[in-house]
Design a protein around this ligand. Structure first.
Ligand SMILES: [Zn+2]
Length: 268
């Protein structure tokens, strides 16, 4: 069994504010990235206990240098640093049996803890074939392109609800209940580690019950931007169609191509 883990930090236990998710936060950030590493370890330990031959961990947040490698389980492999072509899903391919998303957050336009979609500064919404999707569904569909099911997702209650809506049967661990964009009722970080370990064991012990999220081609991807200037800048790249005042569209042959274009439209 090969297990793929994509890790973010907004949905980690106790994390509620931007000071906890980047170096500008100093000690607050150091504590959050240690907890991020420990939550990943809970999944790694469960996978190895069930006989996994490889666990690949992809650090997906911001500069993608958040996980403390010296604190990571020594039998896991870590994808660190950026840019990576597939960003939060770098390294995923058809050789994996299951994917797990740790520390994820709800999509843009919701009241989840620090909710956004791919770029909080640029993106109002991303639509796939006309359906709004957050990072959970966007990334799960890339795993699905390779036939890999997402079996466990962890984060706040808005995120876990979103994951269930997008994926159907999936294990979830709710680590905090949202009060406001930057406030939540939090479960103790040590208790969260036990909850994630138990949920990962449950999910990885019977992968066959979970279905990959498969979006067959052709795929239409729409990026709705926050400001008109961003649309005008992005529209200079040939190949996009502007379909609304703030929205660019790209028609793609399949979901992998759509995901790559989406990355370009968000960062480029
Ligand atoms: Zn993040």
């Amino acid at each position: 069994m090969k297990v793929y883990i994509s890790a973010d930090i907004e949905g980690v236990a106790g994390v509620v504010h931007i000071d906890q998710i980047g170096p500008q936060g100093g000690g607050e950030y150091q504590k959050a990235r240690l907890q991020m590493t420990k939550e990943v370890n809970s999944v790694v330990e469960a996978a190895l206990a069930l006989g996994a031959s490889e666990v690949l961990v992809n650090d997906g947040h911001a500069n993608q240098r958040n996980i403390l490698i010296e604190e990571l389980h020594e039998d896991a492999l870590l994808l660190a640093g950026s840019p990576k072509p597939l960003a939060m899903m770098e390294g995923i391919d058809a050789s994996f049996d299951a994917a797990v998303f740790v520390g994820y957050h709800a999509r843009a336009g919701t009241s989840g803890t620090m909710s956004h979609t791919m770029s909080g500064g640029a993106v109002a919404n991303i639509y796939v074939n006309g359906q709004v999707m957050g990072e959970t569904a966007l990334n799960a569909a890339l795993a699905g392109y390779f036939g890999v099911p997402v079996v466990l997702v962890t984060g706040d209650n808005r995120l876990t609800g979103e994951a269930q809506g997008a994926l159907g049967l999936v294990e979830t661990v709710t680590v905090k209940d949202v009060i406001w964009h930057t406030a939540a009722k939090c479960i103790h970080p040590r208790k969260v580690l036990r909850m994630i370990r138990e949920a990962a064991e449950k999910a990885l012990s019977d992968i066959s019950q979970y279905n990959p999220l498969i979006i067959p081609g052709p795929v239409t991807i729409d990026v709705e931007y926050l400001r008109k200037a961003m649309v005008e800048m992005a529209a200079r790249v040939p190949g996009y169609t502007q379909v609304g005042e703030l929205t660019l569209r790209k028609e793609c042959a399949d979901y992998l191509e759509a995901y790559r274009w989406m990355r370009m439209m968000v960062v480029g």
